[in-house]
Design a protein around this ligand. Structure first.
Ligand SMILES: Nc1nc2c(ncn2[C@@H]2O[C@H](COP(=O)(O)OP(=O)(O)OP(=O)(O)O)[C@@H](O)[C@H]2O)c(=O)[nH]1
Ligand SMILES: Nc1nc2c(ncn2[C@@H]2O[C@H](COP(=O)(O)OP(=O)(O)OP(=O)(O)O)[C@@H](O)[C@H]2O)c(=O)[nH]1
Ligand SMILES: [Mg+2]
Ligand SMILES: [Mg+2]
Lengths: 313, 291
């Protein structure tokens, strides 16, 4: 990009390739570049060296806007309820802001903050819960984890090891137990023990399997009935190596469960996870955390600026 | 829908003359978008479009099918031939045991696949032994034990945490136990992790696998090229197995991996159960990629 003499179609084509190679996708890349082009026109930009910076800012803004959207509940159309919600549940659901700072200020909500972790198979849900548990423990929170993956081989054993590493208690049941019942029991236990945070591990499932998606919706209803407002977070764990199917995952999980955020795992590889830009732009879902490895410390709060910058390095 | 889009491009052609360069270029724009949306790597798409474009220009427009359909057929056939020979089997060793080493990124489905392969090859008359070479992941042994039990097939655990040691002992003991097929389940790792990639190279030297299979998630995006190239350069891959194709992923990673390594795709995983393994069929993959 350095040798560019002028702002022309070739320059934008090259920028398009950078976005595509980062898994942003064709449609989102075109929309983003169109906006950059109109900014170039309206601001009278004539130095080609300015364009990558404009593009980076545009991407940053898309990602920032998604986090702002969720922290401003009044932006939600009045009377609109999440599809999983029954009429009697969750009046408090909309008023819980989704920043890490708010975790410490849970006094406003009363009772534990419940976080459900969902996603397709093998993306890093169980590992992410171990990391988040440790992170919240280090912040002085009392944390429990729930083994609601009652399907996959040795899922509870795997989560138990992470719970031990984080120094938190795990609530589980036997393999084959109904996941919603395990979630219910876990929330009861958390309330009884004065827990501040409950992290719920769920079995990986393809978003195209309707009965499995319904199983998650049922879990949400059960939690909401026990503790209005729960679950306060529904996080989708996305594998950074995933391509355009990641957008399909976001759409269907969001439609079914009303996601409050994405955890982008395995960003320590060579994949850049640009699909989250498309997800922010099309669906307004913010990235909350990034997973950067396989040890308990390998998680960080998402930073739109450094993420956008990394696309061009 | 690709057929509709190409229909628009070619609606002016009415079944006489030849496909002009201008018309083919317009069609290739649509094909390029379809392949990128299917997660084929953008450089692989470039090469593919270049080769197909020259083939399509000058083709006589036949009366029996629309020009759009004709172009799709050229593209489809080219995809099929690139994706390679149908149902390439696992190669068995001239003198047993056959050793299959499964490698790949974290979470792509290796452990589940180990059991699926054991199930399939057992039905083909083999006596498989699964080897627990993932000594790092929490509860990896427990997981392998449970899925092995679903086949059922025995598992060799070894003692100690050295994955290469476990593999070597397993192969050594296999002959004595009359096992003619060993499936090594290794821990997931990054292709850019020098230490862990070196571990695989040492395992290869220690056990001389008959087949090293790269296991790749069927929803992998543009990164498929980097991953496959690194594993092939550093280790050498004999075959590829794509997983999680029971969803709506278009599976363009298949073409990317094939293009960059030249290795055959042998099987596709289509579910979480031990029987959910299918032979790789290029025609089916080509249609899936084109959407
Ligand atoms: N390199 C890297 N590996 C990760 C990261 N997060 C998870 N993993 C690895 O990815 C693999 C799958 O992680 P899990 O936590 O079991 O994934 P999961 O989503 O719970 O999987 P299922 O429950 O089977 O759907 C494991 O080998 C993890 O160590 C990450 O941020 N970076
Ligand atoms: N839907 C579907 N899920 C699959 C398929 N293959 C594996 N899985 C699931 O993907 C998840 C990860 O599978 P594993 O076998 O643990 O993957 P792995 O490569 O051994 O993971 P690591 O050892 O952590 O690198 C599990 O939930 C499996 O049930 C498949 O073909 N389709
Ligand atoms: Mg899990
Ligand atoms: Mg494994």
């Amino acid at each position: 990009l350095r040798g560019r003499a002028r702002i022309d179609d070739d320059l934008f084509e090259e920028l398009g390739e950078i976005l595509i190679s980062a898994d942003v996708g064709v449609a989102a890349s075109e929309r983003i570049l169109d906006r950059v082009k109109s900014r170039v026109r309206s601001n009278g930009v004539d130095d080609p060296g300015e364009i990558p910076r404009l593009l980076q800012e545009e991407i940053e803004e898309i990602l920032e806007a998604a986090s702002r959207r969720l922290t401003a509940p009044e932006k939600r159309p009045p009377g609109e309820r999440p599809r999983w919600e029954r009429p009697e549940a969750g009046e408090g659901a909309d008023e819980v802001p989704v920043t890490e700072a708010s975790m410490a200020a849970k006094e406003g909500t009363g009772g534990p903050r419940v976080m459900m972790v969902v996603g397709v198979n093998g993306t890093g849900k169980t590992t992410t819960i171990g990391k988040l548990a440790k992170r919240y423990v280090d912040e002085g929170q009392r944390v429990l984890v729930a083994a609601c993956d009652t399907y996959r081989a040795a899922a509870a054993e795997q989560l138990q090891i992470w719970a031990d590493r984080a120094g938190v208690e795990m609530v589980g049941s036997h393999s084959g137990a109904d996941p919603a019942s395990v979630a219910y029991d876990a929330l009861s236990s958390t309330v009884a023990r004065g827990g501040d945070v409950l992290l719920i591990d769920t079995a990986g499932r393809l978003h195209t399997r309707t009965p499995l998606m319904e199983e998650l919706r049922k879990m949400k209803r059960v939690l909401a009935r026990l503790h209005p407002g729960a679950p306060h977070d529904t996080l989708l764990v996305l594998d950074a190596t995933t391509g355009q199917n990641g957008l399909s995952q976001c759409r269907l999980f969001h439609e079914a469960l009303d996601l409050t955020g994405i955890v982008l795992a395995k960003l320590d590889g060579t994949a850049r996870g640009g699909i989250v830009i498309a997800a922010a732009e099309e669906l307004g879902i913010p990235v909350r955390y990034v997973g950067t490895g396989e040890t308990i410390a390998d998680i960080a709060e998402f930073d739109p600026r450094s993420f956008a910058a990394a696309l061009f390095s | 829908d690709l057929t509709e889009k190409l229909g628009d491009v070619f609606r002016r052609l009415r079944g006489y003359g030849r496909l002009s360069e201008k018309d083919v270029r317009a069609a290739m724009r649509e094909i390029r978008i379809a392949l990128l949306e299917a997660d084929v790597n953008y450089r692989v798409v470039k090469d593919f479009i270049d080769s197909v474009q020259s083939e399509a220009v000058g083709e006589r427009v036949t009366k029996s099918v629309s020009p759009g359909y004709q172009v799709i057929k050229i593209v489809h056939d080219e995809l099929v031939s690139l994706l390679g020979g149908e149902g390439e089997r696992i190669g068995f060793a001239a003198s047993p045991p056959t050793v299959i080493m499964l490698v790949g990124l974290q979470g792509c489905g290796k452990t589940t696949l180990a059991a699926k392969l054991a199930h399939r090859l057992k039905k083909a008359g083999k006596r498989p032994l699964l080897v627990a070479c993932d000594t790092r992941r929490p509860a990896a042994r427990e997981q392998l034990a449970i899925v092995a039990d679903q086949v059922p097939a025995p598992v060799f655990f070894g003692d100690g945490t050295d994955a290469v040691e476990v593999a070597a002992s397993a192969v050594k003991g296999a002959r004595e136990q009359g096992r003619d097929l060993l499936i090594l389940d290794t821990g997931g790792r990054l292709h850019i992790d020098d230490e862990l990639m070196d571990e695989l190279a040492r395992m290869k030297d220690a056990v001389h696998p008959t087949e090293i299979c790269l296991v790749a998630d069927g929803m992998t995006g543009q990164d498929a090229v980097q991953v496959a190239k690194e594993f092939d350069d550093r280790l050498g891959i004999d075959g590829v197995i794509l997983t999680k194709l029971d969803g709506d992923a278009r599976g363009g990673a298949a073409l990317s991996i094939r293009a960059v390594t030249g290795r055959p795709i042998k099987f596709v995983g289509v579910g979480e159960k031990v029987g959910d393994l299918e032979e790789f069929i290029p025609e089916r993959m080509a249609s899936r990629i084109l959407g």
